[in-house]
Design a protein around this ligand. Sequence first.
Ligand code: GDP
Ligand code: MG
Length: 782
Amino acid sequence: MTLKEIKEGQSARVLTVGGSGALRQHFLDMGIIPGTDIKVVKYAPMGDPVEICLHGYELTLRLDDADKIEVEPTTDTVRQKAEAPKAVSEHLGLGEGGRFHPKGSGDPLPEGTMLTFALVGNQNSGKTTLFNQLTGAKQHVGNFPGVTVDRKDGSILGKADTIITDLPGIYSMSPYSSEELVSRNFVLQEKPKGIINIVDVTNIERNMYLTMQLLEMDIPVVVALNMMDEMTGNGGSVDVNAMEAMLGVPVVPISAAKNQGVHELVDHAIHIAKYQEKPQRQDFCDENDHNGAVHRCLHAVIHLIEDHAKAAGIPVRFAACKAIEGDQLIIDQLRLDENEKETLEHITLQMEKERGLDRSAAIADMRFSFIMKVCDACVTKPGESREHERSRKIDRVLTGKHTAIPVFIAVMGLVFFLTFNVIGAWLQGLLETGIDALTAVVDGALSAAGVNEVLHGLIIDGIFAGVGSVLSFLPIIVTMFFFLSLLEDSGYIARVAFVMDKLLRKLGLSGRSIVPLLIGFGCTVPAVMSTRTLPSERDRKMTILLTPFMSCTAKLPIYAFFVDAFFPRYKALIMIGLYVLGITTGILVAFLYKKTLFKGEAVPFVMELPNYRLPSARNTLQLLWEKSKDFLQRAFSVILIATIVVWFLQSFDFRFNLTEDPRTSILAAVAGLFVPLMRPAGLGDWRIVTSLVSGFMAKESVVSVLEVLFSAEGGAAAVMSSLAAASLLVFSLLYTPCVASVASVRRELGRRWALYVVLWQCAVAWIAALLVRLIGLLAGLV
Ligand code: GDP
Ligand code: MG
């Protein structure tokens, strides 16, 4: 029987793990190994995916994937009972005994050597919290070269000559997600002087799986046992010295959130880096485990590839494990000859036969067996922790069968209401007032000083008006991110993904994409920025490309204006209809993408559900600061330039004379080029086209430009037909998002995709507007 058939609340033991490639390795890395006890916690409200509990933590996977895991039902529940406390020894500080600093008196790296550290850990292990504690606010945020995965560098507070790099949260050093590959390449190629491995001690078995792999990298490691406050608060404890003895590296208990033990951690980290103290133990295979099949295999392979690994600059034990697992990237780098490849295969086959497990499972099992040994010897687990119990109770509502979706709608509704109606709007109003006042002052000053008229226009109508209108987005974005970071840090977003996965999967996305898409109804800019939290590059791209179909709030004035003028009787109906049309088009395009651009297999949706935690104020403020800085930098670079260009086009004619009459401006001439193109869609009036072009700056300006251009004839409403108005409504719903949004797409996906978004949205809008016109003509409307 498979895991899919196990009922809610029942337990089972894993017999075999099916599947192949990335998915299977991911299962194994997450601890789903033959022999593991699993409990099915619940099925998502829509019946898929399923939440399971293993190794003391919660994981979700899709039913299709669960179907690949053979299990036998068991009656005993997964171990979660309190243990008798083990002997606890005080943690020896730096220099006491010094057993784990054998080279403490040896020769350190020369004074002034830059000590580089990698901060590595699972997702939700407290990496961001620790990083912020270590670096204060002095950090540099960027991308890893070639991939849009956040890269943060900073130096440790008060320690000159240190750089710490926050690597993406990962579960293993397998090369299956871009995050994992980034982290692995960072460690292998940039060879940091030391690794700080942060381990969530309340979830130690799963977290240490990564530790095992880090110890093999032959780089100094210090293990930080985070969340110690929760562990001891619930009566658990860790014999840190015994653990150090077993792992052969310093282990420091800390609480990143409470800033406890962080100083000691820094001391240890600097020490191991300075003296280049490599892990003393890199050999975790047990010669007595199943007759030592894995042990013998590993050592045979180590001997086989040792010289190749040295030549390729890859730590030999790590290379051996990966070669056995069949990691093609590493095998290629090793440059084995045919003979050696055959021998490798031979040794591995022999091991599979003796061990009765396939290669990947055998290696994963070897790691977990060692972890169990360490945990049994050193860790006193508490009974169910208060935090876990609390999470379980909260989840009864938040992921409950009948409550999950209503709660989700209510939460998002509240976030939107507060962002767009209350807090964000209030802040926006405040900022706008400020900008207006400043503009007036500068305007007055320029007039008083008799500054050249052109320069005056550039400053006031170009820069102030343009940048000002973009700046006024800032409060909305900051407020939105404030709520989102609360939801993300607390653990709710992971639940949303769990609840919504089935729905989004139909579109070829995963549950996590729902949040950026929803934010898109507010504003595309934060929506695009928020896709950073998506774990898969493919999902991220696809989500970004779909957000422009979610009608943003800046388009509301356009809808309101035309609906009022032309279809006052059907106001609500048309407004809702536009939103529905946007969503429907988005869904159709998603299906198209699924068949064309993003054909590949969706990455497996195997996700951890962390306990709910109170987000730290520091992390939240830090995030807000980063997002604001990011946005402001953009506002004053790309957007500033774009604003000046549009102002220039709008204000000058072809003889570079300042023009008062918009008809003679370059912009009108440029718009004129598009007129024939827009005629089939019923929008072949240069004034309409001009307003749409200016809408590229900010959607709000479409209406105001139209009013200016049509003022001679008594306003747009007097001139346009209702069919043209309908076409225009549909066109402005779907056509290119504004400069600010395109700039954020460019930042996330690069120039080519940004250009693609502009052209593609215009094409889709054009087709839709054309359809509206044709239908209208057929129906006899003129
Ligand atoms: P990351 O995903 O690894 O970057 O983890 P975060 O730094 O975002 O932390 C995840 C959650 O754990 C946040 O809600 C933190 O406030 C919380 N957290 C981090 N460190 C500690 C700690 O030492 N104790 C407790 N109780 N919570 C912590
Ligand atoms: Mg984080």
